[in-house]
Design a protein around this ligand. Structure first.
Ligand code: ASP
Length: 337
């Protein structure tokens, strides 16, 4: 039976052209694809429709409300297609793939994010392979979750990070094995895929400023910590700590800022700055104070997963205790629980 895929083109380098001020996304991606696919064996490809976000964006301009536009398209046309591809800029692809994994729980079809480091419009590019392989994965392989496909790697979306700005191998999932690799053959590690559950889709209203991030660095002063922790409208805070969740416990101004934010209802989650890590609050004396403050250990989540999960829970749950509990629970394969 003919497979049908919906491609959602949001912008990003894959569909950009060079202008005097630099690369920017342009519309007309379907025509460009058809021109490029003339050189490929398109009879082996599934049929596809393509829809473009309006306006197209450089993903550096992504806002949480863009997640609604992408998820909305998928939810609206879910029964009409066998799989979905999201063409997205690489800068924030891991945030969007993470967000969609929480918004589209219980998928029984693939949702594959891809993009490229060189636009499809250019002669030498990585776009064509990323696109063709994503189409084949979305149409003919039993992938029932939100993934990123990039340069031969199939990665769980909410375990992925952009790790290189210049190499073609821009993405990795340093804290979780690849779901598959594509070389001479497409090899998928089926045992790693999420077990299919009950379809549970949400497209909630996100409040852009609800979640913020506090990086820990030598010399972080109380004023900066305080301004971030108490910024108007902030309901959730991700701390980017050292190593296994450490922070300078001799910095009383920082501890006071965290304590008062927590007392005022802000949900604080501790994520390591290291790409391969798991947070253990209290392994070192300097981090045990976080347990007293009520900071949640983010375990082995990526910052992109923790950030979008907190946004998702603040937008869908009312009760603070259940948000805290769900931050600790594995909702979509983002966490070793
Ligand atoms: N700035 C671009 C974007 O994220 C980078 C890329 O797509 O590779 O949209």
């Amino acid at each position: 039976m003919t497979k049908r895929i919906l491609i959602i083109y949001t912008g990003g380098t894959i569909g950009m052209q060079r202008f005097p001020q630099g690369y920017a996304p342009v519309s007309g991606f379907k025509e460009l694809m058809q021109e490029r696919f003339n050189y490929s064996q398109h009879a082996q490809l599934p049929e596809f429709d393509l829809t473009e976000l309006s306006p197209l964006i450089d993903s550096a301009n992504l806002q949480p409300s863009h997640w609604n536009l992408i998820a909305g398209q998928i939810i609206e046309s879910y029964s009409s297609y066998d799989g979905f591809i999201v063409l997205h800029g690489t800068d924030t692809m891991a945030y969007s793939a993470s967000a969609l994994s929480f918004m589209l729980q219980g998928l029984d079809k693939p949702v594959i994010f891809t993009g490229s480091q060189i636009p499809l419009a250019e002669l030498r590019n990585d776009a064509l392979d990323n696109l063709i392989t994503s189409l084949l994965l979305a149409a003919f392989h039993p992938v029932n979750e939100v993934c990123i496909y990039f340069n031969g790697k199939l990665l769980r979306g909410n375990r992925s990070s952009k790790v290189k700005a210049t190499g073609f191998d821009a993405f990795d999932s340093p804290n979780f094995p690849w779901l598959g690799q594509v070389g001479l053959n497409i090899e998928l590690h089926n045992k790693l895929f999420i077990e299919q559950g009950q379809q549970n889709f949400h497209n909630p209203v996100f409040v852009g400023k609800a979640v913020t991030v506090l990086p820990i660095f030598p010399g972080l002063c109380a004023d900066v910590a305080d301004a971030i922790c108490h910024a108007p409208g902030v309901k959730g805070l991700i701390i980017r700590s050292y190593g296994v969740g450490n922070l300078p416990d001799q910095n009383q101004g920082l501890l006071d800022a965290l304590h008062s934010a927590s007392d005022q209802g802000c949900i604080i989650v501790n994520i390591s700055q290291c790409l391969q890590a798991e947070v253990f609050q209290g392994q070192y004396a300097c981090s045990s104070v976080l347990n007293e403050i009520g900071v949640i250990s983010g375990g082995d989540m990526t910052v992109e997963a923790a950030f979008s999960k907190l946004h998702f829970l603040l937008a869908t749950e009312k009760d603070r205790a259940s948000i805290k509990q769900m931050m600790r629970d594995d909702l979509a394969g983002e966490l070793d629980s």
